[in-house]
Design a protein around this ligand. Structure first.
Ligand code: PLP
Length: 408
């Protein structure tokens, strides 16, 4: 038997089934008309932002990194809750425009921005979080050609990293951001060019569950920003402090101690250096905002035994749940939280392997899981599916196509 990850708190039972947004799993599938299906809960999005607002000092804004979940109704809903957005491509820019986001609140990070993407962002009035000296030169040249004033911040590659993060995006050689030593000269060039100087973006990592590590990094970010502002010789209009707040996916993961992070940030904000006194501060979060609000529902299409092992074969799989299958940046595969959605109140009684419908041994949703008895037609729920599920999985693989998505 292998343990399952922890089901996020607050998922309730309705008529014996998992309920999401007050609706039973089977009624959601009926409304969607098919499985596999991602269901995202408005209530859970609202609750998460409310918790954050309560814990963080008012001075710190919350930006949503659209990459975590670009489903248009989710992005539209987030627009009512957050202070800004991070986009990572021309495609996300188009999405942001199509749902009517305020472009003055949008910033664009990501290495390898193409000229067309830079031009579209400059035209739209989006802030470029520029990732290199070359990108700054191209942006300035393109803006001149367009006859427009670009809004430019610099993404810094700091010399420190976010300890314990699942993905490190700072410390040493990185394709992301501008090495901190090079930042002052490039920032001065931006300012002297007449571009609108928007400050610094320091994003150091993702999926950290240790409050201590996040607090330490935020201290380092503020100290670095203070030093760089001095070396640049101009105030920072804005400092995007990154984030990296993680969510528990696996057995033994403990939720981030948000109260501790909030208390430390409140203290730091109360004693900011003079250089940052007037600076607008924000965090940039993705999975922490949306990850636990989403559930992936897939139908069991076959139940079979092989050499004493029971397989529940579903109509979903790694083409929508790459991370849950263990093939997205994990070294050792571990189980995400998984349940039989329409038998949510039943006791576990057997050990099963839940697999997807793809013809590859990589397509695993739960290994050696202790679950209630389930048969063909029952629904398997994979939790923590609100971030990097639908959009970060190879849905075209084997001609399967995307899952259905709904916000309830
Ligand atoms: N911002 C940037 C620049 C990123 O690279 C990432 C993730 O890779 C994020 C935000 C979102 O990270 P997370 O979803 O872990 O909060």
């Amino acid at each position: 038997m292998k343990p399952l990850g922890p089901i996020p708190a607050g998922f309730e039972t309705l008529d014996g089934e998992l309920s999401i947004g007050g609706r039973s799993a089977s009624s959601l599938v009926e409304e969607a008309g098919r499985t596999p299906l991602f269901v995202y809960s408005r209530d859970r999005l609202d609750a998460r932002i409310a918790e954050l607002r309560a814990a963080l000092p008012e001075r710190i804004g919350i930006n949503y990194a659209i990459k975590a979940n670009p489903f248009a109704p989710v992005v539209e809903h987030m627009a009512k809750l957050v202070d800004g957005f991070d986009i990572a491509s021309g495609g996300e820019l188009e999405l942001a425009q199509s749902v009517g986001l305020d472009m003055a609140k949008v910033s664009f990070a990501g290495p390898g921005k193409r000229d067309e993407e830079l031009m579209a962002a400059i035209r739209a009035g989006v802030t470029l979080n520029s990732e290199s000296a070359g990108e700054v030169d191209r942006a300035l040249g393109l803006a001149e050609w367009l006859g427009m004033t670009p809004r430019i911040a610099l993404r810094v590659n700091p010399s420190f990293e976010l300890r314990g993060s699942g993905m490190k995006m700072g410390g040493g050689a990185k394709p992301f951001g501008i090495d901190e030593e090079q930042v002052p000269a490039i920032a001065r060039k931006v300012i002297e060019s007449g571009a609108e100087w928007r400050g610094l973006h320091i994003f150091t990592g993702s999926q950290a569950l240790s409050a201590d590590a996040i607090i330490e990094t935020q201290g380092n970010v503020l100290a670095l920003a203070d030093r760089l502002a001095g070396e640049i010789g101009a105030p920072l209009p804005k400092l995007n402090m990154g984030g990296g707040f993680g969510i528990p996916y696996f057995h033994g993961d403990e939720p981030l101690d948000l109260a501790a992070v909030g208390a430390a940030m409140t203290q730091k904000v109360a004693s900011l250096p003079d250089s940052l006194a007037e600076t607008e501060l924000c965090l940039e979060l993705g999975r922490y905002l949306v990850g636990e609000a989403g559930v992936y529902l897939t139908r069991i299409v076959d139940r079979k035994e092989s050499h004493g092992t029971t397989y529940l074969v579903t109509d979903g799989g790694l083409h929508h749940q790459l991370a849950a299958s263990g093939n997205f940046g994990t070294v050792v595969r571990r189980n995400y939280p998984v349940a039989i959605a329409n038998r949510f109140d039943a006791q576990p009684e057997e050990e099963v392997y839940v697999v997807g419908c793809l013809c590859t041994p990589l397509d695993r949703l739960a290994d050696g899981a202790h679950l209630p008895r389930a048969d063909v037609g029952d629904f398997v729920a994979v939790f923590c599916a609100g971030a990097y599920g639908a959009s970060a999985s190879p849905s075209a693989f084997l001609g399967q196509g995307p899952a259905e998505e709904m916000l309830v």
